[in-house]
Design a protein around this ligand. Structure first.
Ligand code: GLA
Length: 358
């Protein structure tokens, strides 16, 4: 894979990286002002930059072997470039005293793309970190997450919450990040004793994820409106949902019970109890929120049936992509091999993502 020097024949002036994330619990709660519990994954996106003095920005994606050029007034057509473009435009708006002049930009990543591990947030956060370093921009890590989220909403068209960008900007791989997405209050929470995170890709592409995601979000907003609350975070009891039409009742029930599961999980002193909450989260995402697929259900069921697994669920927006499991420490590889084998025999094509095999 190319390096900055290979493409631009000079050394970069700034370099930064940011990780992907896997969410352990708290799915589809962030745009309802709720609680989430992600952890960073070891895979990172790296961005390098140099001021070029040219008329256009140049952006090279090493994984694609592709270079795209654009100006701040003239957005690129390529999806991967629009995340970077969005960050540059929004950072410029946030710091009008600094001129963000054309740059040579090099991006490389080992965060799996399109499986629910926040490759786009990693790209946005790494871009903003690199820009902050290059131009000494006054942005803290929370501001970086906020700008990154805005870039995703305005330039990629997904009305996402702030979990992914906060996780990429603030989380690490050794403990989970409990985040209140309303106040952005947060604290690190250790994983239950003797447990490890395992992430498997179902191999199912998330074709519906964007449109159905925006639809779920609209359903939650409608439910909150009918209940007369600012957001579903403000509903404390499932009993309060009785007056809603059936579909909205199920959507809201997922959000209310999922928030409760996150808060219960951070008090779990043993992995078994934490795992039960993950299993319940999957059932709720499948039955009430309807963002699972038969393939994801099959992979999750295989994981849940393994003796070394405390609990498992789909992770991220759903409709395909990855599953996360909490495993007994030391059992991850054995579990991954057994589950992927059975999944393949049933016709699936999965792969292990965390711990990464290389
Ligand atoms: C995507 C979004 C997040 C969050 C999850 C679902 O990853 O980007 O903001 O809503 O889906 O929990």
């Amino acid at each position: 894979m190319s390096r900055f020097e290979d493409v631009y024949h000079a050394a970069p002036e700034a370099e930064a990286s940011a990780p992907g994330r896997v969410n352990l619990l708290g799915e589809h709660t962030d745009y309802n002002d709720g609680f989430v519990l992600p952890i960073a994954i070891p895979q990172q996106t790296r961005v390098a930059m140099r001021r070029s003095g040219a008329a256009h920005f140049a952006l090279h994606a090493a994984d694609l072997g592709q270079t795209v050029t654009f100006t701040l007034a003239q957005p690129p057509a390529e999806q991967f470039a629009s995340y970077v473009y969005g960050c540059l435009v929004l950072a410029q708006a946030q710091s009008p005293d600094v001129q963000i002049a054309p740059l040579e930009i090099h991006v490389s990543s080992d965060v799996p793309i399109g499986v629910g591990l926040s490759s786009s947030a990693a790209l946005e956060v790494a871009t903003l970190r690199c820009l902050r370093q290059l131009l000494a921009l006054p942005m803290d890590d929370v501001q970086i997450a906020r700008i990154a989220q805005r870039a995703e909403i305005d330039y990629a068209g997904v009305r996402c919450g702030i979990m992914d960008q906060m996780a990429s900007s603030l989380a690490d791989t050794s403990r989970a990040l409990l985040l209140d997405t309303r106040t952005l209050e947060r604290r690190f929470v250790p994983l239950p004793p003797d447990s490890r995170v395992l992430v498997l890709d179902s191999g199912i592409s998330r074709s519906l994820a964007g449109s159905a995601y925006n639809q779920r979000r609209a359903e939650c907003e409608q439910a909150a409106k009918l209940l007369g609350v600012g957001s579903l975070r403000d509903v404390a009891q499932v009993a309060q949902l009785a007056a809603l039409p059936e579909l909205l009742q199920r959507r809201a029930r997922h959000v209310v019970t999922e928030n409760a599961r996150v808060l219960q999980a951070v008090d779990c002193t043993e992995a078994g109890a934490f795992g039960e909450l993950m299993n319940a989260s999957h059932a709720s995402l499948r039955d009430d929120y309807e963002v699972s697929t038969p393939g994801l259900d099959a992979l999750v069921a295989l994981l849940q049936a393994q003796p070394g697994v405390f609990g498992a669920r789909l992770t991220g927006a759903g409709f395909g992509g990855a599953c996360v499991a909490l495993c007994r420490a030391g059992a991850e590889q054995e579990v991954a091999v057994a589950v992927l084998d059975a999944y393949r025999q049933a016709g699936g094509t999965g792969r292990q993502l965390v711990p990464s095999e290389d």
